[in-house]
Every structure is written in C-alpha cells, then in structure tokens.
Design a protein around this ligand. Structure first.
Ligand SMILES: Cc1cc2nc3c(=O)[nH]c(=O)nc-3n(C[C@H](O)[C@H](O)[C@H](O)COP(=O)(O)OP(=O)(O)OC[C@H]3O[C@@H](n4cnc5c(N)ncnc54)[C@H](O)[C@@H]3O)c2cc1C
Length: 490
C-alpha cells in the first residue's frame, strides 16, 4: 500500500532558531482528555498552552453522547437509591472491557470514580437525579443516570448491578455541554488555547521531548515546552492507512468520530520510538435499535439468535461483526413494535412486514424454516418467562406472534440515514503505551522524558471490550493524572 500520511519525523532542538511560544506544559488536542490534562496542569501552577487544530475545543468528545462511566457510590447514584461499590464496578468492567482489560488502570479508575464524579460536578457538569430506564444507545431525555447493561446476563451474575452511565442534562448528544463546561474550567484555571493550529513534529533535545512544530493556516509555528508535551489528539479511525495496518475490521464501516481522528499524535510519538499497545482493539456500534431488539430479537444471516439482546448494545454489535455471518436483522412483531416508546424509536421503520415467518424468511433470503425454528424455540420458553439459551431478562420476554417485521440495520437511524450503509460504525481504542500517570513508554518500556499521553491517543483500560462512557471516562481520568504528572516534571 502506498503511504498516504505526511512525515512526522522529529526536529532537533538545534534546528529551531527561536520559538514562537513557550510554556511549561503543552497539551495537544482539546477534547476531554486534553481538557482534563490542561486543567490539572494549570491548577498545579504550570503555565499551560492547549493546541487545537480545529477552530474551537470539542473534538470527538464534543460530538459525543456525553455518557461518562462513573460509579462505586457516586452522589448521583446515592440520590437515586442505588448502593454501589468500587468492587462491583471493577468486577463488571473487568468482564465487560475484557478479556485482557488493563487491571492496573481499571483498579485506579474504579477506586477513584466517586472523586472523579465530584470533580465533574465541581467543574459545573450537572447530573440530574433522574434515571432513564429504557434500552437505548443514548436517551433523548435529560436524565442524569442510565443503565449500560449492568443488569443483563452474565454481568448481573458477576457483580451487583447498579446504573453507572452518568449524563449531562441534554437530550441525545450531551458531549457538547460536557465540553463547554470543561472548556470554561480550563480557561478559568489560566490555560491559554491556540486554535487552528495543527501539531506536526515533536522537537527533541537529545532523548527529551522539548516542544513541537505546528502549522497555523499553512505557516509554521514553534512551541517550547519547558516541562512536557501531553498528546491528547484522539484515535485513528479517520486514517485509512493506519486502519488497514492495525484495525482492519473497521475498514469499510462508518466512523464514530469528528472526522479528525487521524492518529497524528500516535504517529509523532512512534517516530521517536514510543511503543503502542492494543492497536487492533476497537469499539463497534451497529445501527440495530436496542429498544427494538430487546423486545424482539437480533438474528444473523442464518436466522439464528446469538446474544441476549438486553446487553449493552456495543456488546451485541461487536459480537455480530466479529463472529456472526451477516446480514443481521432485527425481528419483532406488531405488538412489540408498537410498544416502543416514540423517543426510543429513532424513526426506525421495518424493511419487510409479513403475516407469517415463512414469508418473512423468504423475503430475507434465509433457508426455509430457519427463522421459524428460532422463533418457535424462543416463544416456547418466553411463554414461561425464560430464555435458556441467552438469559435475556424476563421483562423483555413475550412470545412473538404475526404479523412480523424485519428491520435492516443498514438502513440507519432517524430517517436521515445516520449510519446508513454498512449498518455499523466504530472507533479505535488502541494507542500509545502509557503508565497510569500518562508517561509515554518507549519500546524498551522506559518513560520518554517530557512526553505524556491520554485519551484515545493512548491505550487506556480497555481490553477487547467497550462500554459506553468508558472512553470519556478513562480519557478524563487518566488525562487528569497526566496533567498533574506533566506539571511535576523537572
Ligand atoms: C457520536 C459519538 C458519540 C459518542 N458517545 C460517547 C459517549 O457517550 N461516551 C463515551 O465515553 N464516548 C463516546 N464517544 C467516543 C468518545 O467521544 C471519544 O472516544 C473521546 O471523545 C475521545 O476523547 P479524546 O480526548 O481522546 O479525543 P477527542 O475528543 O477527539 O479530542 C482530540 C482533539 O485533538 C485534536 N487534534 C488531533 N490531532 C491534532 C493535531 N495534530 N494538532 C492539534 N490538534 C489535534 C482534534 O481536533 C480534537 O479536538 C462518542 C463518539 C462519537 C463521535
């Protein structure tokens, strides 16, 4: 494959005649991880500049659902009557983010989660004391707390369930509100922001990172960082070459990003010998409506179920794309479809409606009897409130009866076709190998002096799984730690 990415080779300090700007800590990228790092570095007394290639703060964080995975007994959980402990939170996440979750980072994250919740509240991020109880990728309400599969099998056997999805009070995409509050906090803490500025090369003083070279409207701009550079540039889902090399499962799927996740921070650090970790680990979200498949079923191209459809939807999405033959179908009956609350329906419409399963499986191109068999087994047990294959919770179980509908995830959501095409989208979770304090390690496992990273530019606490809220969650948590450590650097 012909390389398409630009050069990221470092520049030697001696090659820079004079720096245009100087600071103690230079944070690159103003998403949630950059905001958290910049705030803490500035609060610790460092002189901080945040570089952002876009014309304002936000990044993918600003376009996100704003869900933050927090628990262990937060004030919001307590106000709604939920007892939770760091141990239950850890047990859930170790399973859900696994196999191979980073247990050292995960332990710190769970033990520090109540404090991290209070840190957001102190920065003006409100979590309303109301619970969203439906099944959704994202509620179109301003509820402050939601379930993210903690009460679904097998997780409810592993840890005492408690809802841990904390949300700022905005319907749907609440990331903008989250980033607005964090941007205000960063500015109030005294950090300066330079927008429209794309970082392109690290500046090296021997083995130490001493600053970087950027471009603003085509002209070079140089930055001297007396203490450290913190890379919070996001992941690499928008870099087709990196995807093909490291996470090819996402090639051809939609992008869960702001369009600027080109992996530039990862590449700049790799060019000076930084190690990467878990570059093939990804988040995948299918446009298979959670409220619909929970009330009906999700089947593969053979007409077979493969999961309890009440899990966190990223889990059935990842399982489907990685392990099941497509095309995938949401199957439901008329009664089930009509019982979906309008706010959770996301304007999804059936592709086929037929009186009988025989007619439906013919329309779907399945082997005669395949879907009939699946529904017959499902109904026989649903009658008794049981799902012996996959243990979907009894509240979602009901025998399905005609007329039946099939919904195609490739049709997307909202009638506008959000997600139309492949039926799934994703983002990357692997990145620079860092310590729990964000120190970037080289391939020999040693800290590269003067270099830190957090958020999706780094590999966080994820193993091979993902739960909503853990990206904004670990990006901000370990971003804070990186900012504090960078401010301490001599
Ligand atoms: C629609 C959508 C919904 C989502 N919902 C959720 C959710 O509810 N909960 C959750 O946890 N996660 C969610 N995610 C994922 C989450 O938003 C991201 O994984 C997370 O925001 C990454 O944070 P970050 O700080 O690492 O990167 P970003 O927020 O992307 O910030 C990186 C910043 O760096 C800038 N940048 C990049 N390269 C350079 C450079 N060379 N020079 C200067 N600046 C640069 C970018 O412009 C960007 O502003 C969602 C994502 C999307 C797109």
């Amino acid at each position: 494959m012909t390389p398409v990415s630009s050069s990221v080779e470092p520049v030697e300090l001696a090659e820079v005649d004079a720096f245009d700007h100087e600071c103690d800590v230079l944070v690159v990228g103003f998403g949630v991880a950059g905001a958290a790092a910049a705030y803490e570095a500035a609060a610790a007394g460092a002189n901080v500049i945040v570089l952002e290639r876009a014309s304002g703060a936000g990044g993918s964080s600003g376009q996100s659902g704003g869900e933050l995975y927090l628990g262990g007994g937060t004030g919001t959980q307590k106000a709604l009557g939920f007892d939770d402990t760091p141990e239950d939170m850890y047990a859930f996440l170790e399973k859900a983010l696994g196999p191979h979750a980073d247990t050292e980072k995960l332990r710190l994250y769970c033990d520090g989660s109540v404090e991290h919740h209070d840190w957001f509240v102190a920065r003006g991020v409100e979590f309303k004391h109301t619970l969203f109880e439906g099944q959704a990728w994202m509620p179109f309400t301003d509820d402050g707390l939601m379930w993210l599969g903690e009460n679904a099998w097998p997780y409810n056997d592993i840890a005492k369930p408690a809802p841990r999805g904390h949300r700022p009070p905005a319907p749907g995409f609440a990331g903008n509100l989250l980033m607005q509050k964090l941007e205000e906090a960063v500015t109030a803490a005294g950090a300066a922001t330079h927008t429209d500025t794309v970082a392109s090369h690290l500046v090296m003083d021997g083995g130490r990172v001493a600053g970087l070279v950027a471009r603003r409207f085509g002209a070079p701009v140089t930055y001297r960082a007396r203490k450290a550079v913190v890379l919070t540039t996001g992941g690499f889902v928008d870099n087709e070459e990196m995807l093909a090399h490291h996470a090819p499962v996402l090639v051809g799927l939609g992008k869960v990003s702001d369009g600027l996740d080109d992996g530039s921070g990862i590449r700049m650090a790799a060019a000076i010998g930084a190690a990467t970790r878990r570059m093939g680990v990804v988040e995948i979200s299918m446009t298979a409506l959670p409220a619909l498949v929970a009330r009906g079923m999700l089947v593969n191209g053979r007409g077979q179920r493969f999961v309890n459809e009440d899990v966190y939807p990223g889990i059935y999405s990842t399982h489907a794309i990685l392990q099941e033959p497509g095309p995938y179908w949401g199957i439901i009956d008329e009664e089930g479809f009509e019982s979906i609350p309008p706010g959770d329906l996301w304007q999804v419409q059936p592709k086929y409606v037929e009186e009988t399963l025989a007619e439906l499986e013919e329309a779907l191109g399945m082997l005669p009897g395949a879907l009939e068999h699946t529904v017959e087994v499902y109904n026989r047990h649903a009658e008794n409130g049981e799902d012996p294959h996959f243990h979907k919770d009894a509240r979602w179980l009901r025998p399905l009866k005609g007329p039946f509908a099939a919904v195609d995830p490739r049709d997307g959501f909202f009638g506008t076709g959000a997600g139309r095409g492949s039926g799934a989208a994703g983002f990357t979770l692997g990145g620079l190998h860092t310590t729990v304090d964000g120190e970037v390690l080289n391939v020999s496992g040693e800290h590269i002096p003067g270099l830190y990273a957090a958020g999706r530019a780094s590999s966080g606490m994820h193993g091979e799984g993902y739960i909503s809220g853990t990206s904004l969650g670990d990006g901000s948590f370990f971003g804070r730690r990186a900012g504090k450590a960078a401010a301490r650097e001599e």
